[in-house]
Design a protein around this ligand. Structure first.
Ligand code: SF4
Length: 259
């Protein structure tokens, strides 16, 4: 009979796994690099650009003219514009795209700087109440499960947003805010309102993904009812299609930190 030291000393088995697998978590989510293909913050070049031509190929007509701009809140990050007009549009790997100002999602030609939170728009009580612990209730309002999967990933062992005290909870009564994904269908208009009403004050509203921010490719659909968004202040816009976990986590950290 052979003597297996790993069976006799369980701690050694754990050390062996750690040795072979390395670190599973991202040590610093604010400076991590995203490997592989990722389309983050776009950069636009040119002045006399035919915006109509660009909008003809863009599924959400995200381009604006005079001056030449791109609305990240509408962009599905499909990359078609960059493929066909590489001199005018490219995508960086910058994943820090979240902001509390809708207009800050509109990128102007010649602009190449990070998207930021406007501290003056953050309610005073946000840092003092949620700086060390933030519980969120997620509502998929006709979402396609892409942003929802990325939000799940934000809590996994890699991204581990729980280390900052940020977690999803099952009930709005235990939550500090709601996170909406999906374009918000008529059927989900009332449930969102009920969920919001059940969340105690002060409460946050966070929109995650292009569909939630603008309706995305469904923006003109009669099946949507986005009137909820007209009634309340939105605390954070998290663009992406789907939004990356690092975009979500960095946006939340910027929202709840002390300025
Ligand atoms: S990447 Fe965005 S702006 Fe470009 S075509 Fe796709 S949706 Fe439109």
């Amino acid at each position: 009979m052979t003597y297996n030291i790993f069976e006799k000393v369980p701690l050694l088995s754990n050390l062996k796994i750690l040795y072979h697998q390395g670190k599973q978590y991202i040590p610093d989510v604010t400076t991590a690099n995203i490997a592989g293909i990722f389309r983050g913050r776009p950069v636009l070049n040119g002045t006399n650009v035919d915006v109509q031509k660009l909008n003809n190929l863009c599924p959400t007509e995200a381009f604006l003219a005079n001056p030449f701009r791109l609305d990240m809140g509408k962009c599905t990050f499909c990359g078609e514009c960059a493929r066909q007009f590489p001199d005018n549009i490219s995508f960086t790997k910058d994943y820090k795209l979240a902001t509390n100002e809708r207009n800050a999602l509109i990128i102007k030609a010649g602009e190449n700087k990070p998207v930021q939170i406007n501290p003056t728009l953050i309610r005073k009580e946000i840092h003092s109440m949620f700086g060390g612990s933030l519980k969120l209730r997620q509502i998929s309002a006709a979402g396609d499960n892409s942003c929802e999967m990325e939000l799940n990933a934000a809590g996994n062992v890699n991204f581990d947003m729980g280390r900052f005290g940020i977690e999803f909870v099952a009930s709005p009564r235990h939550a500090d805010g709601i996170v909406i994904t999906g374009p918000i269908s008529e059927n989900m208009a009332e449930p969102i309102q009920i969920c919001y009403d059940a969340t105690p004050e002060p409460k946050l509203i966070i929109l995650v993904g292009t569909d939630a921010i603008s309706g995305g490719i469904f923006a003109d659909s009669p099946a949507l009812n986005r009137s909820f968004l007209d009634k309340f202040h939105i605390d954070l816009f998290v663009p992406g299609n789907p939004a990356h976990p690092l975009t979500f986590i960095n946006g939340l950290l910027d929202l709840i930190k002390e300025y």
